[in-house]
Design a protein around this ligand. Structure first.
Ligand SMILES: NC(=O)c1ccc[n+]([C@@H]2O[C@H](COP(=O)([O-])OP(=O)(O)OC[C@H]3O[C@@H](n4cnc5c(N)ncnc54)[C@H](O)[C@@H]3O)[C@@H](O)[C@H]2O)c1
Ligand SMILES: CC(C)[C@@H](O)CC[C@@H](C)[C@H]1CC[C@H]2[C@@H]3[C@H](O)C=C4C[C@@H](O)CC[C@]4(C)[C@H]3CC[C@]12C
Length: 369
């Protein structure tokens, strides 16, 4: 908990604070930012769990709002010292239209930036994504790369396009004069695939496995590595960089940082089995039965079905041409830039991250029976 000797005079705003990552950021701030006097949690959908946070020494202000509405964002930002902008539409399954994804992820980020400038908030941390870099549509591997590794970032999908545009806006805004005459200091964090308590895609895999009699079928070769990072460590990096932004503005301002930890480099499916295996699921080897061309055919049929059924219902399976291509392309990072610039070290070990995630799935198991 916070030191009692610290002066509590800072106001933080977390947009998307009720999401998978956002909730962990909110809880981490309350546990590890002793200077907080007020924590504003801004989200389209407020979680009931926020109520339990209102009994502590920090004023927790729940704000139901939409980042696409500039006036709502400005009202939430006004008076905040730091904004952590995690709100976003994370959709690679075709649930939302490209227009909606752009409106939330790009226009929403523009609104946050302009609100900081207009109201005088000087520090902005943006939750970007590995997908700003890749994997690209050509299937080029990114193997243990860092922030300076050359890579042809070519995107066609609305989600990575929107994250790349939003990140660029945030970085370009670094140094802009805010109300009061001081410069805005911004940075962007690029988590790889986040996992942990509350991860909806892990929940989807688990329920798919239950429906298939405790089996999941391998679609991706074990040799394809995909970067994953525990949500608690992503939250920790946000808290840490937000704390260091003022003191290290010249070094950190306008920078991007990959966000990863000591989670092992594995294929996406093998990594998921680290948690789903101990919960009774097994991964069936189907490489001989399901060659890549057949998987791409099934993925394409899923996309066609989604389009045909859209007037009637939302059909959004995990397998589509985009998710298959991404999953099938190695993308892992290895860098010490965040450690060098603001002292980031993972707060949770791999073993602890794994145990916490398994316990969460097991708790789901109890609810699923
Ligand atoms: N999940 C990952 O693997 C991953 C990896 C890298 C980066 N990210 C980024 O992290 C951020 C959070 O992702 P997440 O996985 O927690 O997703 P999430 O969907 O669980 O959380 C996003 C939150 O934003 C809120 N939101 C959506 N539209 C909004 C709007 N118009 N106004 C206000 N709030 C809105 C949602 O209600 C939700 O609470 C996103 O910016 C995402 O791009 C996620
Ligand atoms: C059905 C199989 C082919 C199965 O292996 C598909 C897995 C697929 C759903 C995931 C594989 C890689 C994931 C993405 C990656 O972890 C990084 C992301 C960036 C982040 O900002 C948002 C989530 C995501 C796009 C993530 C989504 C699920 C995968 C595509």
């Amino acid at each position: 908990m916070a030191e009692s000797t610290e002066v509590r005079n800072l106001v933080y705003l977390v947009t998307g604070g009720c999401g998978f990552l956002g909730e962990h950021v909110v809880r981490m701030l309350l546990q590890r930012e002793p200077r907080l006097s007020e924590l504003r949690v801004f989200d389209l959908h407020l979680g009931p769990w926020l109520e339990e946070l209102k009994t502590g020494p920090v004023q927790v202000t729940a704000i139901q709002g939409d980042v696409t509405q500039a006036h709502e964002v400005a009202a939430a930002v006004a008076g905040a010292h730091v904004v952590i902008h995690a709100a976003g539409l994370v959709d690679v399954f075709g649930r939302a239209s490209p227009e909606t994804i752009h409106k939330v992820n790009v226009q929403g980020t523009k609104n946050v930036i302009e609100a900081c400038v207009q109201t005088g908030t000087r520090f902005l941390v943006y939750t970007s994504s590995m997908e700003v870099v890749g994997p690209n549509i050509k299937g080029h591997p990114f193997y243990r790369g860092n922030e300076d590794t050359p890579y042809e970032a070519v995107h066609k999908h609305p989600y990575p396009c929107s994250k790349a545009q939003a990140e660029r806006l945030v970085l370009e805004a670094n140094g802009r004069e805010v109300r009061g005459g001081l410069p805005l200091v911004t940075c962007a964090l690029r988590p790889t695939g986040i996992y942990g308590e509350g991860h909806q895609i892990m929940r989807d895999f688990y329920h798919q496995g239950l429906r298939l009699g405790g089996r999941l079928f391998r679609a991706i070769p074990a040799s394809v590595e995909h970067g994953r990072v525990y949500v608690g460590n992503v939250a920790w990096m946000h808290v840490l960089v937000a704390r260091e932004l003022e003191q290290r503005a010249a070094l950190v301002g306008g920078q991007v940082y990959f966000c990863y930890d000591k989670s092992p480099y594995k294929s996406y499916e093998d990594f998921n089995m680290e948690f789903l295996g101990p919960c009774g699921l097994r991964l069936v080897e189907t490489r001989l039965l399901a060659p890549y061309w057949l998987l791409m055919l099934l993925a394409t049929l899923n996309a066609l079905l989604q389009w045909l059924l859209r007037p009637l219902l939302l059909y959004a399976p995990l397998l589509n041409p985009y998710t298959l291509a991404v999953a099938n392309t190695t993308f892992t990072v290895s860098t010490d830039k965040a450690q060098r610039h603001f002292g980031y070290e993972p707060l949770f070990s791999w073993e602890d991250s794994r145990t916490r995630t398994i316990r969460w799935v097991q708790a789901m198991e109890g609810s699923a029976q």
